[in-house]
Design a protein around this ligand. Structure first.
Ligand SMILES: [Zn+2]
Length: 294
């Protein structure tokens, strides 16, 4: 006898009402793939998540489509990273009436500053420090509870389980880099997206493209970076899944330093790729960088 999977699931849901959700899922729209993964880990089947910027897409240079305006207008919850990385959302939010205020995932996080073109600017890539991802998760949990109070217990339980996973990940990354002498921990990436990762785990990053993938180094800046790589005996260069690889390839050719692989910075990979989740992304970047530095 064949019993349909749907019938079995319906039966289980009927027996365990706390697990099911009678109403339609909460519609959550986020700006990019890292936020989408965090929301799924806390909301599970209570949420339907849409990410405006998809896997392997560039958050800095994204051009919203008319369908993105519609998605935000229909959203129960709209979550952004903040710290100025998604300037393009201002126009979208201005064009629609939101059901609830925009949720800023970096709320309460003290941003780090970086020198950019001779002046200090706020670095928006806060998710690259796992301790910050734990803070993002707390903000997301509170936003989901505010929009869907019936799910409060489920959101709290999922957020607590995820927090424990992230804390273990943070310890794992620390242990990996602690085994590599500090003087060896100097690497170059396409754009300055890993400053928080570097500050948290004791790695110095340099990047020809600066903090935004829209940046374009002058010939003088590029020459200065090449000089620095030669002087400081930088051991590895990394491509990213966003940004302009041609600059990094120029630097690799000029310095003879090998390319140590690809890092995931401002977007996850496709789900079946090496960085399909936030945790997979941090693990992949850690293993890739550590392998090149040893
Ligand atoms: Zn970036």
């Amino acid at each position: 006898m064949r019993i349909g999977r749907r019938a079995v699931l319906a039966g289980v849901a009927g027996l365990v009402p706390a697990m099911g959700r009678a109403a339609a899922p909460l519609r959550v729209v986020v700006t990019f793939s890292v936020l989408a993964d965090l929301v799924r880990r806390i909301g599970w089947d209570r949420v339907a998540v849409t990410s405006l910027v998809g896997p392997n897409q560039d958050l800095h240079t994204f051009e919203p489509r008319p369908s993105d305006v519609q998605a935000i207008a229909a959203a129960d919850v709209f979550i952004v990273n903040g710290l100025g990385i998604e300037g393009w959302t201002d126009r979208l939010v201005g064009a629609v009436k939101l059901k609830r205020p925009v949720v800023v995932a970096t709320r309460g996080i003290t941003p780090r500053k970086m020198m950019e073109g001779g002046h200090a600017e706020i670095d928006p890539h806060a998710w690259q420090d796992v301790a910050n991802a734990i803070r993002y998760a707390g903000t997301i949990r509170d936003a989901l509870i505010a929009a869907d109070p019936d799910g409060a217990a489920a959101y709290r339980a999922a957020a607590e389980a995820y927090r424990a996973e992230l804390a273990a990940l943070d310890a794992e990354v620390r242990a990996t880099f602690a085994a590599i002498p500090r003087a060896q921990r100097l690497v170059v990436t396409t754009h300055d997206a890993l400053g928080y990762f570097g500050a948290a785990y004791g790695i110095d990053f340099r990047a020809p493209q600066g903090m935004s993938t829209e940046g374009e180094p002058s010939a003088k800046e590029l020459a200065a970076l090449i000089g620095q790589i030669r002087r400081e005996h930088i051991r590895a260069l990394f491509l990213e899944n966003v940004g302009r690889d041609v600059l990094l390839e120029t630097v690799a050719r000029e310095t003879g330093v090998r390319v140590g692989g690809q890092l995931f910075s401002d977007a996850l990979s496709a789900p079946d790729g090496p960085a399909g989740t936030y945790i997979a992304m941090i693990r992949h970047n850690t293993a890739t960088i550590a392998a090149a530095l040893r």
